[in-house]
Design a protein around this ligand. Structure first.
Ligand code: PLP
Length: 388
């Protein structure tokens, strides 16, 4: 008999990937499908970063790397976090992980005991409930409302906070593209302080902000000691396949999580870490260049959506997605996504894949060339108009 913890991870429910899997099957069968499902750049990792990886490996850096991460990379991440938050951060506050996903798991292991409750905000990045359950705990979701532009309300979180141990937030947000305002974050910080919650802040899209500013809750008064920040090079540096991310938090948590890493990952390959360090050292202009296509496509989407009424766009302030409200078509997000795939060979994610709060919406990843993106959006709108 497999353990309850393992069997419980997927919670027995559907995981909302049906449209995605159907699209993959169609592509495998040779059909021409426009893929707007997954959050992965249409460019690969930059050639100089790959060259660094190759040269480093060729020079012999192919053995075990330090489990907490190579000191120079930990220091670079610490310097980045110090500069962005104003909170003095050292390498002792940083654990290098195989991507943000692993950092999310580590954070929940640090915050939760088996049987505890971990709060998440709906709509959520599709893996969140699984990550909480993988830590042996129960996810409880709190709906952010379309009427509030998907900014979570502190009172709604406070209502579920008694008895919970952690709260997971994500800004800039996948799937909504919303960037949490200072007011939202200050309200969240207050709830975490009042109810003694760990705040797990997933900031993997922190370089992709089109409106407003990204604020890390680690920067808010008194929050550094109860905040675990998840970061990654996947989105900011187009390095999804390299699996290089980090967790930043109080030294005590990081020290104990190194013991966990010793027993699970035994570190991230040295040549990947050194390529990651090289990528980080390229600076903000390099990061801006990687994110520029999403900024541009978001503007293109505004232009396409203007002048039609069947599809409404949730104001996307960051990240690489658009959340579109298709309720005027009378279909659920899932119904619309299936219909769009069958009729126009365009694959998008149903809002329902990300919880209940985004039902009647679809998420469109802005991850294809501009002309393909605009054509797909035009067809999507025309399709919605035939239904509305
Ligand atoms: N967090 C969010 C909100 C994401 O959207 C993703 C990936 O799509 C991740 C974390 C995981 O990223 P990675 O493990 O590649 O760093």
């Amino acid at each position: 008999q497999l353990s309850q913890r393992l069997r419980g991870i997927n919670g027995g429910g559907s995981d909302g990937w049906d449209v995605f899997l159907k699209a993959r099957k169609m592509i495998a069968a040779g059909e021409d499908v426009t893929e707007l499902t997954i959050g992965e750049h249409d460019i690969g990792t930059a050639a100089p970063v790959l060259r660094e990886m190759y040269d480093t490996a060729l020079a012999g850096n192919t053995g075990y790397a330090a489990v907490p991460g190579i000191e120079a990379l930990r220091e670079a991440v610490a310097a980045r976090v110090s500069a962005r938050t104003g909170v003095p951060t050292t390498s002792a506050n940083v654990l290098i992980t195989p991507g943000g996903q692993s950092a999310l798991y580590s954070a929940h292991i640090a915050a939760l005991d088996a049987g505890d409750t971990g709060l998440i905000i709906d709509p959520f990045y599709a893996t969140y409930p699984y990550t909480v359950r993988a830590a042996g705990a129960t996810p409880v979701s709190i709906g952010a409302r379309a009427a509030d532009a998907f900014q979570p309300r502190a009172e709604a979180i406070a209502a579920r906070a008694p008895g919970a141990k952690s709260l997971l937030i994500n800004s800039p947000n996948n799937p909504t593209g919303v960037v949490y305002s200072r007011t939202t974050l200050e309200g969240i910080a207050q709830v975490c302080t009042d109810h003694d919650l760990w705040l797990i802040s997933d900031e993997v899209y922190d370089t992709q902000v089109w409106e407003g500013a990204h604020i890390s809750p680690r920067s808010l008064p008194g929050m550094a000691e109860r905040t675990l920040v998840v970061g990654s090079l996947s989105k900011s540096h187009a390095m999804t396949g390299s699996r290089c991310g980090w967790l930043v938090g109080p030294e005590e948590a990081i020290t104990d999580l190194i013991s966990l890493a010793t027993n699970i990952t035994y570190g991230v390959p040295g040549f990947i870490q050194l390529a990651g360090l090289f990528a980080l050292r390229q600076g903000e202009a390099f990061e801006a260049e990687i994110s520029e296509p999403f900024r541009r496509r978001r503007q293109l989407a505004h232009d396409v959506l203007a002048g039609q009424n069947a599809v409404a766009m949730v104001p996307a302030q960051g990240a690489m997605y658009l959340m579109l409200d298709v309720r005027a078509t009378g279909l659920s997000g899932e119904g619309f996504a299936n219909d769009l795939l069958d009729t126009h060979r365009i694959a998008v994610m149903p809002g329902e894949s990300f919880g209940e709060a985004a039902s009647g919406h679809i998420r469109v990843a802005m991850t294809v060339a501009d002309d393909v993106f605009v054509t797909a959006l035009r067809r999507l709108c025309a399709h919605a108009e035939t239904l509305a």
